[in-house]
Structure formats: C-alpha cells, structure tokens
Design a protein around this ligand. Structure first.
Ligand SMILES: *Cc1c(COP(=O)(O)O)cnc(C)c1O
Length: 377
C-alpha cells in the first residue's frame, strides 16, 4: 500500500474546482432552455475562439479527429492524394487522412523538439502531395516561417493539428492562425477541454469555412435547412460543451502560464540524466505535456520508481505511427529520431495546479536510482 499522497499526471478536478459554480449554472441554464444543440453559447464560443486563435472563422465540431477530417474534405483531398504527417503524433492525425481515402506520408521529427521541420516536409514532397498536416506536439508550435516557405513555394496546403496547442505561439502569433485551417480537440485532458468530447476548426478562408460548416451539418444548404447541396455528415459541438468551453477559455491564458511556470521549475530541478525537449527561440509552448528522455536507464525502471512514489506518468507515444499495424508495409522506413527516441520518452505530471513541492517530489523520485528501490515495497 502506498501511503504517499498521489502526484497526479493530470488533475481536472483541481481545474474545474476554480470554475465550478459557473459550470453548474450553465448546466441549470441548459436544462431550463433545452439549448442542447446549436444556440447562443455555440455561436458566441465560435466567435470568441476564432478571436482567441487570431483567426477569422471557427466551426464547432464533435471532436478533434473530425475537425482534421472535415478540413481535408473541405479541401477536396481524395484518393491518390498524399498528405505529409509527422510519425511522432497521436494516431488521429494519420487516421483523418486515411478516412478520406488519401495516403499519409510519414516523416521523421527533429531530435531536440520532437517536431516536424521544413527539411522533412521538403524531402517528402512528390507530384501527388496535396497537403502537410503539421502537428504542434506537446504544446509547442513547429517552425511556421520555414514550413510555410516550403508549402507556399510548392503550392500545397498547410494544415495545423493544434489539438495540443491551444494558445501556443510562433513569433507571437497563435496556433490556428497560420495554416489554411487548423483542427483543435477539446477532449477533457487537452489544455482547453470540454466536459466530454468536442473539437473545432479555425480558418481565415470564408469559402472553406462555409464548406466545412455545410459538410458537418448534413451538407445542408446555407439558404434553406430543407435543402442539401451535398452528402455530408453530422459532427456537432453541443450547446452545453460550448457554454463550458466559454467559461474555461476565459481562464486559458492564466492556466497556460501556470503550465509554463511548472515547466520552468522542472527544467531547473530535473536530474541531468533526464533530458527535456527544448523550446525553440521563437516558440512559446503551452506545455500540454512535459516529456523527457531517459538516458542511462530503462524507462520501465524509471516508471516503476515513479509508481512506487505514487507519481503518475505516461508515454506519448510509445509506438510511432509508421510502426502501427495499419501502416506497416514491406517498405516501412526506419526513422532515426522517432525510432530511437520512442523507447526513451516519458511524460511527467503536467497541469496548471501542480505545486513546486510536487515537482520536487517527481525530480527526487527520478534521481533516486539505486537508492533503495525494492520489489514489493
Ligand atoms: C487529441 C488529439 C487529436 C484528436 O482529438 P480527439 O478530440 O480526441 O478526436 C488529434 N491530434 C492530436 C495531436 C491529439 O493530441
């Protein structure tokens, strides 16, 4: 039995405790108004989130995976098209491409940031390349200036998978404002999370916004709800979720700043044998995750030690996409960085409400190699 207080990997209860009366109020309000689908809160959230992302349009959808899929469909990506995707990402990025019948072309990532770079993109472009899905992984934006220079020169679309990067900036400009469109997830554990599933597309292209809105709403004509211009689907952000997201969006910058302070404290206290990814000079990360590489010890041993000290941890991601079953082919390439780092990476507790004392406990547990870890203790 572990008698130590847990250090939680994620603490949604602590986050929600700060806004609980407001969340309870919108639940009451929604029950009274029956505004479950659409409504004022959805419209207001879409407008507030577009502003927050320094974009023009926002379309609330059912989840982040749908957001990516709807962008690809809005851009008429189709079978035969190739979409460049970093291999170190959550599977949803690649899934969206495959579900459109297109082909994900995986590329390696930078060893210091774990992000896709302009060199990776440029080397993977073929006459069939239709788009690049950049992933702002762990809360840090990829180098937008360099990647945009490559995609603009090649005439291919840049899409931002911003599911981990609400509020992150590159050279002072926010995630969701660079690409032709960006997909966001409001899965509860993301930096901006709903009370269930949710997602959004941001774009500054009015025609694309209109197309995506129609596809996500059964292909409905904007002129008449009884006419359908195309075969679409149903992907909606609930009124209740939109209302909850408005309440949490008002706190997001403060919560992201708290995450940045936690990261700074980790960087000051981490034992040298654990190497964090760096923040590029022009990037301001929102630290969705705080990931380190274990250098001289098996990750499982480190994890066991954290577990013994009642400290939560995770792996993002243990198997790069190109090694996942649906994507393994006879010609699956080796990706030096992703393949080398996948067995070494470990995600430490990260959320806005971790205390310095908790960070110290995590670092002490990491440092305690050989200091009396015994089986069954
Ligand atoms: C969470 C996530 C998604 C998918 O979002 P869902 O809302 O879970 O569908 C896509 N890409 C990345 C990088 C993610 O972290």
């Amino acid at each position: 039995m572990n008698t130590q207080e847990p250090v939680r990997f994620l603490d949604l209860a602590a986050t929600h405790a700060e806004v609980r009366p407001a969340l309870e109020e919108i639940w009451e309000e929604t029950m009274n108004s029956s505004g479950f689908i659409g409504g004022n809160h959805l419209e207001a959230f879409e407008s507030e989130f577009a502003d927050y992302c320094q974009s023009t349009h926002c379309i609330g959808v059912a989840n982040g995976t749908d957001a990516l899929e709807l962008i690809l469909r809005g851009l008429s990506i189709q079978p035969g098209d190739e979409v460049i995707v970093p291999t170190n990402t959550f599977i949803a990025t690649a899934e969206a491409v495959v579900n459109l019948g297109a082909t994900p072309i995986f590329v390696d990532v930078d060893p210091l940031t774990a992000l896709i770079t302009a060199e990776h993109v440029s080397a993977a472009i073929t006459p069939r390349t239709a788009a690049v899905m950049v992933v702002h992984l762990y809360g840090q934006m990829a180098n937008m200036d360099e990647i945009l220079a490559v995609t603009n020169a090649a005439g291919i679309a840049l899409i931002e998978d911003s599911a981990q990067a609400h509020g992150a900036t590159w050279n002072g400009k926010r995630a969701g404002s660079f690409g032709v469109a960006a997909g966001f997830s409001f899965y509860p554990g993301k930096n901006l999370g709903a009370l269930g599933d949710g997602g959004a597309v941001t774009t500054s292209d009015a025609d694309l916004a209109e197309r995506i809105r129609s596809i996500a709403n059964h292909g409905r004509s904007l002129e008449s709800r009884y006419h359908h211009d195309l075969v679409g689907r149903n992907s909606r952000l609930d009124g209740l979720q939109a209302a909850a997201l408005r309440i949490k969006l008002a706190e997001l910058d403060r919560w992201n700043q708290q995450r940045r302070s936690v990261a700074k404290y980790y960087n000051a206290k981490l034992p040298e044998r654990f190497v964090p990814y760096i923040e590029a000079p022009l990037a301001e990360s929102v630290y969705h995750l705080f990931v380190v590489q274990t250098i001289d010890e098996a990750r499982d041993d480190v994890g066991a030690r954290l577990g013994d000290a009642n400290i939560g941890w995770g792996i993002h991601y243990p198997v790069p996409c190109h090694r996942q079953k649906p994507f393994v082919t006879g010609t699956t390439p080796d990706f030096e960085v992703a393949d080398t780092q996948a067995p070494l990476i470990l995600s430490l507790p990260m959320h806005p409400h971790i205390t310095e004392q908790e960070v110290e406990r995590v670092c002490a547990a990491l440092d305690s190699k050989g200091l009396g870890h015994q089986e069954g203790e």
